[in-house]
Design a protein around this ligand. Structure first.
Ligand SMILES: [Zn+2]
Length: 456
């Protein structure tokens, strides 16, 4: 009697368990449906209004107009009527540090192209994020940069002749880098050898140029360039003094480069812009870096409320006064840098008009550049330079994916990774609306934006 009651109780308990599990299974959503928003998909076509985006797992499964849409079962439906959806942003010029990872995500940057860092730690960080051991944007990394000798940074690979340039590229390929960064002390012989070796491995290459000008580098096969470097050096009139300055050292070269724009002949700059566009070079102008350097003498720069996102120890590491001292910059330099900005803007306008492709990059987390926030500022500066807001958004999405060579990111389409940013306002009417973020999804999962921000 007692035994059989116990059996019956146990059976009832089992039935209860099974039915609870069933109920849970019935309720558990199998995907997310973002319903009613306007989608800027990064393809270059017109935005899709009143759309449905279905996300299943880490991927976008469907994107379709809401009218007559047959909603699949078990979807977590989120009404985003009145909001906009753009692809997760790509910062194509980053120097990532662990503290920056959450900042990128909160600002909607879901992929970064990391151009130089300590070889071991940056590749380890990339792999940790890739394997899910660390939350962060997807990192594509060139590992350590290749430079001439003595290398500008002690953790770069310094090369002395074409043979050692090839061996440096080989060693980076063996380490599993996603691309190659060539630096300012490489002359055309070193650059040409490294480019030729990189071609063997189908490796994407970018350059921060100094001792090789941009048109020469393009003729040697370089298809991506950072900071508009090498451009003044390619003009008649700029070349000799700039090369001498680059030979003296990094800051000497940079200072002469950054000051030169305001003094150069605009027809000559236009000739270089058209030459680079013709060779289908992708430029990463990093206007936000140029603007920031021009403001280093302005106390307001150091009181930007967005700096709250930067930890005190990172600000201490920046040690901006020490950088200014090492560079030997003073107010006259900052003013000369500022005078160069309109010439850079004009150069980008001519380059775009000639069909050139621009990508968004920032140089964060270098001094005073806030990871994520500066990505939005770069889009704003590209619009100031004359790009349409659509164009600036494509520069931060599709074009970044193009130069990384990753076709799973940068656009919203079936089968692509579900990296999405939901905006509260129309970014095409005002590019600053990209900062008005409702929510961020990275690889199909919403980023806990509010709790991350609360921790800063
Ligand atoms: Zn950089």
């Amino acid at each position: 009697m007692r035994a059989s009651r116990r059996v019956r109780t146990f059976a009832a308990f089992l039935v209860l368990l099974v039915s609870l599990a069933g109920a849970c299974r019935d309720r558990a959503p199998e995907g997310i449906a973002l319903v009613g928003g306007t989608v800027f998909d990064g393809s270059g076509g017109p935005p899709l209004r009143d759309a449905v985006i279905i996300v299943r797992g880490t991927q976008v499964e469907t994107i379709a107009p809401r009218a007559n849409f047959d909603m699949p079962g078990r979807m977590e439906e989120i009404d985003i009527t009145g909001k906009w959806v753009i692809p997760g942003l790509i910062d194509a010029h980053a120097h990532v540090e662990p503290w920056a990872l959450d900042r990128y995500l909160v600002y909607g940057v879901t992929s970064v192209r990391n151009l130089h860092g300590p070889l071991d730690s940056i590749l380890a960080l990339r792999d940790r994020v890739k394997l899910g051991g660390q939350r962060g944007p997807r990192i594509y990394s060139t590992g350590a940069m290749v430079d001439g000798t003595p290398p500008t940074y002690p953790d770069a690979l310094g090369v002395t002749d074409p043979g050692s340039a090839r061996r440096a590229v080989d060693s980076l390929v063996l380490r599993g880098v996603d691309g190659l960064k060539l630096y300012s002390r490489m002359d055309s012989a070193l650059l040409g050898a490294a480019l030729d070796e990189a071609r063997t491995f189908n490796l994407k290459v970018t350059g921060h140029l100094g001792l090789t000008d941009a048109l020469t580098a393009a003729a040697l096969g370089l298809r991506t360039m950072e900071h508009l470097s090498g451009v003044p050096e390619a003009t008649r009139g700029g070349r000799e003094t700039l090369m001498a300055a680059h030979r003296r050292g990094f800051f000497s070269g940079w200072t002469a480069f950054a000051r030169s724009w305001a003094t150069l002949d605009s027809t000559e700059l236009a000739r270089v812009a058209e030459g680079l566009a013709e060779r289908q070079v992708v430029l990463v102008p990093t206007l936000v870096l140029h603007e920031t350097l021009s403001r280093l003498g302005d106390s307001a720069l150091y009181q930007d409320p967005a700096l709250k996102a930067v930890p005190a120890r990172a600000i201490a590491d920046w040690n901006t006064p020490d950088m200014i001292r090492r560079a030997g910059w003073g107010q006259a330099d900052f003013e000369a840098f500022a005078r160069s900005l309109p010439a850079m803007d004009r150069f980008i306008r001519v380059f775009r008009a000639a069909g050139g492709i621009v990508a968004v990059g920032t140089d964060a987390v270098n001094q005073q550049l806030i990871p994520g926030e500066s990505t939005h500022r770069e889009m704003e500066l590209l619009v100031r330079a004359g790009l349409a807001p659509e164009d600036a958004l494509l520069a931060a999405t599709r074009n970044g994916a193009l130069l990384i060579g990753a076709d799973s990111i940068g656009t919203i389409a079936p089968g692509r990774v579900a990296d999405l940013v939901v905006l509260n306002a129309d970014p095409l009417s005002n590019i600053r609306n990209t900062k008005n973020i409702d929510r961020v999804m990275a690889r199909g999962v919403f980023v806990p934006v509010d709790s991350l921000r609360a921790g800063w």
